[in-house]
Design a binder for this molecule. Structure first.
Ligand SMILES: [Zn+2]
Length: 253
């Protein structure tokens, strides 16, 4: 064996060991995060507010799977009709939610349709979200942050509407978390990104949860492209999520 090959193998081993150590540390913190964030009332649900059918699988699956021991709802604003396949995506959403073991609902309002080029009216959307949440009284609400994970205007609008509810104190006794967006280079470093994460609020999947998230993602056959396989193995959102608490001070964003 050449010295160069030995160095490569040794380096790979060290990197792998560091990764496992980081994941173990994050998994330990994940449970504590949800105990603190979601409160002790296990009957009060966790609600994910998303913009399109597939967001729950593409971006939030690690967290969806981590909180399945309590009632979990996904409230999706649009039916993803940007390319005229909204009805197909509704069915795919239903299948994905069944796989993930959560209850899914789609708003599909004419003013909040899937469109990569437009922002939704935050005040009107906040009213719709508020109507939905008032029936559930969730302990924890989870959505995108101000960069929307992928800069999609509909994701950002969803965040803005939830932010408005927080600013107007319309989510009493409820913790609201926003999913941390990361630079695209970090986004595609998979589990290795745990080494660079500084968030206190983190959720890391087990191997079986990771595989289930991939299965839910692959449910969206209408959305699959040549790069989808690369995405499910490289995207950090498939294996772990980090969050920031959405507080009133966030109104400057
Ligand atoms: Zn989306």
């Amino acid at each position: 064996m050449s010295i160069a090959l030995a160095v490569v193998i040794l380096t790979g081993f060290v990197v792998y060991a560091l990764l496992l150590a980081a994941i173990a540390r994050l998994r330990a913190s994940a449970h504590e995060m949800f105990r603190r964030s979601a409160g002790n009332d296990s009957n009060r649900p966790v609600v994910f507010i998303t913009a399109h059918p597939d967001d729950e699988s593409y971006f939030f699956a690690p967290t969806v799977l981590a909180v399945r021991h309590r009632p979990v709802h996904v409230f999706c604003i649009s039916n993803g009709n940007f390319r005229g396949v909204g009805r197909v995506r509704e069915k795919e959403f239903e299948t994905a939610c069944n796989l993930l073991g959560v209850q899914g609902s789609i708003l599909n309002h004419k003013d909040f349709q899937d469109d990569f080029h437009s922002y939704w009216n935050a005040e009107n959307l906040a009213d719709e979200i508020s109507k939905y949440l008032s029936k559930l009284r969730p302990a924890l609400v989870i959505t995108f942050d101000e960069r929307g994970a992928s800069q999609h205007p509909n994701h950002i609008s969803t965040y803005k509407a939830v932010q408005l509810l927080v600013m107007q104190n319309r989510l009493p006794n409820c913790t609201v978390l926003k999913l941390d967006s990361v630079h695209s280079i970090r986004k595609y470093t998979g589990a290795f990104d745990v080494l660079f994460s500084r968030s206190d609020i983190q959720v890391v999947s087990t191997w079986s949860q990771f595989r289930l998230a991939q299965k839910a993602y692959l449910t969206y056959k209408s959305q699959l492209a040549f790069y989808s396989l690369a995405y499910i193995w490289t995207c950090r959102f498939m294996i772990f999520n980090t969050f920031t608490v959405l507080q009133n001070e966030d109104r400057r964003n």
